[in-house]
Design a protein around this ligand. Sequence first.
Ligand code: BEZ
Length: 222
Amino acid sequence: MEDNIGRMPLIGDPAPSFKAVTTQGIINFPEDYKGKWVILFSHPADFTPVCTTEFMTFASMADEFKSLNTELVGLSVDSLYAHIAWLRKIQELEWNGMKNVEVKFPLIEDIKMDVAGKYGMIQSQSTTQAVRAVFFVDPKGIIRTILYYPASLGRNFNEIKRIILGLQKADKDSVATPANWEPGDDTIIPTPGSCGVAKERMENKDENKYCLDWFLCFNKEK
Ligand code: BEZ
């Protein structure tokens, strides 16, 4: 069990590959998701209150993520039968305007912690439960963002969606996104790599761009 603690892949690493049994059949990760973004997330246990609210929220947003070419894959250190029973129970619950919520994305059975161990999801908080980890994997199978939350703190799903949108925007337009960026907000032009480019920027008359200083220039997005 101790061996599973602390092996955490990093941003920029290829997502560790695995084959797993899920509530939607066997998956080969990340091969089955080539060309798509994936949010791979873990939760501590089935039939627990915070996790239940998280699953209702994630499942309610699944179509929004699909429209962003993004698939969801969940994991906990529980059996397939526990997963099935919990997902059936979730469908009977009503909370925060959500009801009859069907979880259609795969939930990985990981009793032996094979996957959780590869992703550093078992941490000092508990050697038998995963933390609330979220891995954002890009269409080439590279880890692009990692979030870890403790068991007591439900995740912010608007932030999870914002991260996908921000990563996609950065890739599409070769820009960065400023603090509290939301879709439609101005974006940051990458820092100049030479004195010449810095000077050009400050002399730039392009009305679609503006600089606060040579190192902090924005694209107007509206
Ligand atoms: C929960 O999801 O409510 C939970 C899970 C594990 C520990 C504490 C809370």
